[in-house]
Design a protein around this ligand. Structure first.
Ligand code: GDP
Length: 473
């Protein structure tokens, strides 16, 4: 690639390297310093292009306070399997779809909007924390409020706790929906009490978390849930400037047989219009058409609006950020650069891993970080508590271990994505990671360490915290 860009023959570059004592073949990766040396040697004047040169000004274009107007909240539903996340999303959609009510035809595009007292609310249509955290791991901060669904006949379960930790790690406020209240054995009070143990304090227990008793199947109290969302979002004072080029996040994307690459995006700033040139992750496109959640073509979409985008050159990934750029050549430049950067990153990953304890120490020293994020999975709750207690005692004024999530059971893909989003290392005590989790960890460069003696575990974390890590075991 370097010889091509210099318009030289690759054999000449390889010969030169050989003379310098480096044996290489086409396709080998060289670092920037060596590339600069070679380019100079061949009579070129290299200019180092940094990420900021290419990425400058695409995202986070500053907005004037005066231009900010309030925008609808974006809500994600989380909770334990079978507690009614999908039922709740469906119930809310069917009673309240803003447009298309007459026809009754609603599209699943990955997100939808409803109206409550003239206020719009946007729901992300993929329930569960897996999607939420996968998006966060890709840098997308798209959720404003998390609805924690807890079935009143089952109360707090492992994935309820996971969801709580995911929402807390993201700093997203929660509203508790106590579901299945129509069931004879429903016990809302038990749910509230159990939530206390996980530091979720609902209003009636003296806390600030709103809670609503609902039934998704009977459609009971859905109004009250929506009112709670409106109330919570007023407290958050969510704002965006609609009068600027659009920015946002990809919620869903697929290659559609008839329509080509289609992405559902959530506009977060500005207004997206047909004809706009957009970059989505390392793909780009010219917006040919915009389709809303009722299947209607629209000309534009403002802040917090989910909309399907047609006219893309390739299929981006859920969680990718998107932004409008000034012209097609800029779009190509950015997507080329990002595709190259992604390839280089994949290569670099093989060399060193991001989530290793050593790396984390260096990062902590660089950033003067005070916390040492860890995710701990163990065989039984008792041993996890013992570990958490021992780690707690290790803390000093400068540094302390921060257990962002712990639980009994094997290490899963969801653990890995939470670790990735929070830059945490994963520790398994008497448990292993399943295949999907191992693959995901490898892709993300997250280190998983296994232990079966608490002392060894604590000792390693202690060494890592004092910058003296024992060799990998
Ligand atoms: P998810 O896994 O959290 O998405 O849960 P689902 O929405 O798939 O619901 C799991 C099961 O619980 C389904 O059989 C639903 O019909 C049932 N269910 C959901 N909400 C309610 C409710 O409010 N009352 C009753 N009785 N059953 C419900």
């Amino acid at each position: 690639e370097l010889s091509q860009r210099m318009a030289e023959r690759s054999v000449d570059v390889i010969k030169y390297l050989m003379k310098e004592g480096q044996m290489m073949k086409p396709g080998d990766i060289i670092d920037a310093d060596l590339a600069e040396l070679i380019a100079t040697e061949f009579g070129h004047t290299p200019r180092r292009v940094s990420e900021s040169d290419v990425e400058e000004g695409i995202f986070n274009v500053a907005d004037d306070d005066a231009d900010m107007v309030s925008r609808p909240p974006v809500v994600t539903i989380m909770g334990h399997v079978d507690h009614g996340k999908t039922s709740l999303l469906d119930a809310i959609r069917h009673t309240r779809v803003t447009s298309g009510e007459a026809g009754g035809i609603t599209q699943h595009i990955g997100a939808y909007q409803v109206e409550q007292d003239g206020q719009k609310i946007t729901f992300i249509d993929t329930p569960g924390h897996a999607a939420f955290t996968a998006m966060r791991a890709r840098g997308a901060e798209s959720t404003d409020i998390a609805i924690l669904v807890v079935a009143a006949d089952d109360s707090v379960m492992p994935q309820t706790i996971e969801s709580i930790n995911h929402a807390k790690a993201a700093g997203v406020p929660m509203i508790v929906a106590i579901n299945k209240m129509d069931k004879p054995d429903a016990d809302a009070q038990k749910v509230r009490t159990e939530l206390l143990q996980h530091e979720v304090f609902v209003e009636s227990m003296g806390g600030e978390v709103l809670d609503v008793e609902v039934s998704a199947t009977k459609g009971t109290n859905l109004d009250r849930l929506l009112e709670a969302i409106v109330l919570q979002s007023e407290l958050l004072e969510l704002k965006a400037n609609p009068d600027r080029t659009a920015e946002g996040t990809v919620v869903e994307a697929q290659l559609d047989r008839g329509r080509g690459s289609v992405a559902t995006v959530l506009v977060q700033k500005g207004t997206l219009k047909t004809g706009d040139i957009i970059v989505l992750g390392d793909e780009w496109g010219r917006v040919r058409a915009l389709v809303d959640d009722a299947g209607k073509q629209v000309k534009e979409a403002g802040p917090s609006t989910p909309v399907e985008v047609l006219g893309l050159q390739g299929t981006p990934q859920a969680g990718d950020r998107f932004a409008v750029v000034e012209n097609e050549s800029r779009a190509r430049e950015i997507s080329d650069y990002r595709q190259r950067a992604a390839r280089e990153k994949a290569v670099a990953r093989q060399a060193g891993s991001r989530g290793s304890l050593e790396q984390m120490m260096t990062q902590m020293q660089d950033a003067a970080l005070q916390e040492f994020p860890l995710l701990i999975k163990g065989d039984v709750q008792g041993s996890i508590e013992a570990i958490a207690g021992a780690l707690d005692k290790l803390g000093t004024d400068e540094v302390r271990a921060n257990v962002i999530h712990s639980g009994a059971g094997g290490i899963t893909e969801s653990d890995v994505s939470l670790a990735e989003a929070s830059n945490a290392a994963i520790i398994g005590f008497n448990v292993r990671a399943n295949k999907q989790a191992r693959d995901a960890a490898e892709r993300a460069g997250i280190e998983i360490r296994y232990y079966n003696v608490i002392y060894d575990l604590v000792d390693d974390v202690k060494s890592a915290m004092s910058g003296l890590l024992s060799p990998e075991r």
